[in-house]
Design a protein around this ligand. Sequence first.
Ligand SMILES: O=C(O)CCC(=O)C(=O)O
Length: 300
Amino acid sequence: MGRISTFLCVIVCILALIVARSSWIQALFLVNFLFDATLNSGYTHAMSNITVTRVSDDLPIWQVDGLVSEGEADWIREAYEPYMYSCGPRAPVGCDEVQVLYLRSVHKLLGAIEERVYRLMGNWCQIRNKCELGSFMNWQIVKYSPGGMFQRHVDGPIPLTFMAYLSDNEDGQGGSTHFPNLEVKSETEKKVMMEEREILYEILSFSGIPKGRWPPPPEGLCVRPKKGTVLMWASCLSDGDQNWQAIHEGLPIKMGNKYILNLFFNEIDMDVDVGRACREFNSNFGANDIFPQLQVQHLA
Ligand SMILES: O=C(O)CCC(=O)C(=O)O
C-alpha cells in the first residue's frame, strides 16, 4: 500500500509540475504524448548494411547510411506529426517541431536508434561510460514547410551532431543542408549548389525582403535530404573551441515539406566544462575510432 501511494504521489507531483509550467491544454497534450501507445509500440526495422562515408576533408563529417531505414523514417514522421508545435523564437523560420524530453524507453524507436548510434561509436561511448539512453540532449524532430529555413549557425561547441533526414527532397525542391566553409569538389556537388542558389533567389525575390538584406548565397557543400540518410559531424576543435568549419544552415524549401531528426551529443553536464568533452573527443578519436567496426570510405 505504502509503495502504491508513493507512486501515486510521484505521478500527481509530476502532473502538477507540468501544469504549473504550462497551460491546461499543453499539459493534457504532454500527458497524452507520454502515454501514447503508438509511440511505445516498438516499431523497428533490423539494422541493415551500414556504411560510413567521410563527406569532406575540411571537417570531421560523415554520412551514415543504413542506420535508419526508410520505413522507420516514415514511421517517425507520421507518429510524431500530431505532437508538433510551432518552433520557438530562436528556432528555424517556418517550422514545427517536437522535442522528445521523455524516457527513451517509452519512445521505443528513438531509443533503438540511439542504441545503434552508441554501438556504432563503440570506443567513444565505452571509454566515456556514456552509452546509456538519455545521456545527451533531447531528440528533436523538425518539419519545415515551404519557405522554411534555418539560418547559418554552429551547433556547438558540441563533440557530435546527429541529423537524420526523414524525407526526400527532389530536384527543384530546395532545402539542402549547406556548409558554406566546406569546399565543393565534384561536378555533382556544384550542380546541387547552383540549383539551391537559384531556388534561394527565387524565394527571396517573392519574399518582399529588400535585396540589401538578402542572406549570402550558397557557396559551399550542399547535402540534399535523402530519407534515412544520417549526417554526423563534430563542431569543436581539440582545444575545446568552436570549429567554424562546422557552420551550416538549412536552406529554404520551395515546395513540399522537409523533416529532420536531431540528437546533439552535448553532455547534459557540459555547461560545467564545455571544452572538456571537445578536448577528449578530438584528441583521442579519429573517424576510425568513432566508428570502429566499420570501414570509413572517402568521397572521391
Ligand atoms: O535543416 C537542416 O538541414 C539543418 C538543421 C540544423 O542546422 C539544426 O537543426 O541545427
